[in-house]
Design a protein around this ligand. Structure first.
Ligand SMILES: [Fe+2]
Ligand SMILES: [Fe+2]
Length: 203
């Protein structure tokens, strides 16, 4: 019985592979392209993910000024303004990456980033201007943005190395380091008093 089951499983597996229907992540990463072969499924996937984060960064260029304007503490306002400049650099860096791939920069709507920034706008609506509570909410929203970016750039950097594109991986690593820095900076602003001040505020 055990042999029969095992044989049955093997047959099913090889049939799926031969049909080539499901492009699971496992299948895509099973045969890493380190030979410069173009148009692999993994390379297409990589380019698609670049379009996604390109849209997200461009969207953040529009969102960060709103966050800075809504912030109460001068320190938090400055943190968002500084990160706006950094984010403009991220857009340009991605344009360079598209160029290195021999592709035109193209943006594809990132539903996740749209959702995270919408949540941030909701926090602005739900909190009172000039309060530390609003700042706490903005820091939280900002950190959600940075964490999305950190996971995306971390994954893309690794993917670029798998594809044998170390030059692109190095460019993405620069942005990754700046996203981590921004996240730590926001933690610092929270620890420096915003959280404490907000705990003192009346409901
Ligand atoms: Fe960014
Ligand atoms: Fe960022």
């Amino acid at each position: 019985m055990a042999t029969k089951t095992s044989t049955g499983k093997q047959t099913a597996k090889s049939t799926n592979a031969a049909a080539g229907t499901a492009k699971s992540a496992t299948q895509m990463t099973k045969q890493p392209n380190k030979t410069g072969i173009k148009d692999s499924a993994l390379e297409d996937f990589f380019a698609d993910e670049l379009k996604d984060i390109y849209w997200a960064e461009k969207h953040l260029v529009k969102t960060l000024p709103k966050m800075s304007k809504a912030a109460t503490s001068a320190e938090l306002k400055q943190a968002f303004t500084d990160h706006l400049q950094t984010t403009k650099g991220h857009v340009e860096r991605l344009e360079r990456v598209f160029e290195m791939l021999g592709k035109k920069p193209q943006a594809k709507k990132c539903d996740a980033m749209e959702g995270i920034t919408k949540e941030g706008e909701g926090i602005i609506e739900d909190t009172e201007a000039g309060t530390a509570t609003r700042d706490v909410g903005l820091i939280l929203a900002g950190q959600k943005v940075e964490h999305y970016e950190i996971s995306t750039y971390g994954g893309l950097q690794q993917l670029a190395r798998t594809l044998g594109k170390d030059d692109i991986a190095d460019v993405l690593a620069q942005t990754l380091a700046e996203e981590k820095e921004a996240d730590q900076l926001l933690t610092g602003v929270a620890e420096n008093g915003v959280n404490y001040q907000s705990a003192e505020e009346e409901a």
